[in-house]
Design a protein around this ligand. Structure first.
Ligand SMILES: *Cc1c(COP(=O)(O)O)cnc(C)c1O
Length: 342
């Protein structure tokens, strides 16, 4: 058995032949000089999809989030987010390093916070406390297991932010997973956020790229920060073409990923070495192994059989479905799960 099924992340996909062809055909120019028509088209398309005035293509979702934090805050400000947030966990403490901010963590429900929790996290105005300035939501929430926000809750959180003069940013690395899973148009988010970050290189299958969205003056300032962060790019339309292709061809098919994730959930739930599997709403499966097993022993066994997944806590394993998981792989997966033993 030489085939490897790689469920470590939805970032491991390779461009499809159709995507590569679109990239080859891209018309490009120097984007630092505002001369790349393909990247401009991608930025405009994302902006209009999410009801924003402008967009900014960045090499990574992390850079989008970090630019957003930098643009919305000043040093000594505080960022409010759930304790499972990507901006807290997986961005090397960039909020402090890049922006000189502190962070206020909320114990939400699998990565989702409520308007009441946000309100309770706002610092009173006095000399010895940081200034609450920015709220960051993550939809879907990676570390929460691909959980989706309730859109009414987002609205209520927006009201709190408005009342207290806080900016609201959406880390939408997997926003298309959330929209597809809830069968909702991106219109539901129009007017709800000051900025949104959208990844093209996760479930959408582009090799590189994320887009930061906001109003015209925000994007103008964000562009300056991107340059300072070393993210000004030249003939980047080759990557823009991949993004445009992904938006056209790879959004609706996210349903397949969600369906496969649910099938993996039920396969795993039957295994005696699995204690519990979190409810699956999108393409992420979190499974807890029983205390009789270690995460590493299960992962090693799977790896020997040709399945890759990642540790995600002391007893937790994460598996993520994506574009490169074939229907045939599902049978192989079941065999591997069933053959796992001490
Ligand atoms: C992947 C991810 C990002 C961005 O990651 P990059 O690897 O920097 O592109 C941001 N937020 C969430 C929730 C993510 O899952």
């Amino acid at each position: 058995m030489s085939k490897t099924i790689d469920l470590r992340s939805d970032t491991v996909t390779r461009p499809t032949p159709g995507m590569l062809e679109a990239m080859m055909r891209a018309s490009v120019g120097d984007d630092v000089f505002h001369e790349d028509e393909t990247i401009k088209a991608l930025e405009a398309e994302c902006a209009s999809l999410f009801g924003m005035e402008g967009g900014l293509f960045c090499p990574s979702g992390t850079m989008c989030n970090q630019i957003a934090i930098k643009a919305h805050t000043r040093p000594m400000d505080e960022v409010i987010c759930d304790h499972l947030s990507h901006i807290y966990y997986y961005e090397t403490g960039g909020y402090a390093f890049n922006s000189g901010c502190s962070i206020k963590l909320i114990q939400g429900d699998r990565g989702r916070v409520t308007a009441e929790q946000v309100k309770a996290s706002i610092q009173p105005d006095n000399d010895w406390l940081p200034i609450s300035r920015l709220v960051v939501l993550e939809n879907t929430c990676n570390k929460g297991g691909g959980t989706c926000y309730d859109y009414d809750e987002i609205e209520r959180i927006g009201d709190v932010c408005h009342e207290y003069g806080l900016a609201l940013h959406l880390d939408g690395a997997r926003i298309f997973n959330a929209l597809v899973a809830t069968d909702t148009s991106a219109k539901v988010l129009h007017g709800k956020f000051d900025s949104i970050s959208v990844c093209l290189s996760k479930g959408l299958g582009s090799p590189i790229g994320s887009v930061l969205l906001g109003d015209t003056s925000f994007i103008k300032y964000a562009r300056k920060i991107r340059k300072a962060f070393g993210g000004g790019m030249r003939q980047v339309g080759y990557l823009g073409a991949a993004g445009l292709y992904a938006l056209e061809h790879h959004v609706d098919r996210l349903k397949d990923d969600h369906n496969k994730a649910r099938r993996i959930q039920s396969m795993l739930a039957e295994q005696d070495y699995i204690d519990s599997v979190s409810p699956v709403s999108t393409n992420i499966v979190l499974a807890d192994v029983t205390t009789a097993y270690s995460v590493q022993s299960v992962l090693n066994h799977w790896k020997d059989k040709g399945l890759l997944a990642v540790p995600f806590g002391p007893q937790t394993i994460r598996l993520v479905t994506h574009l490169d998981v074939a229907e045939d792989d599902m049978f192989l997966l079941e065999e591997i799960f069933n053959s796992t033993h001490k």
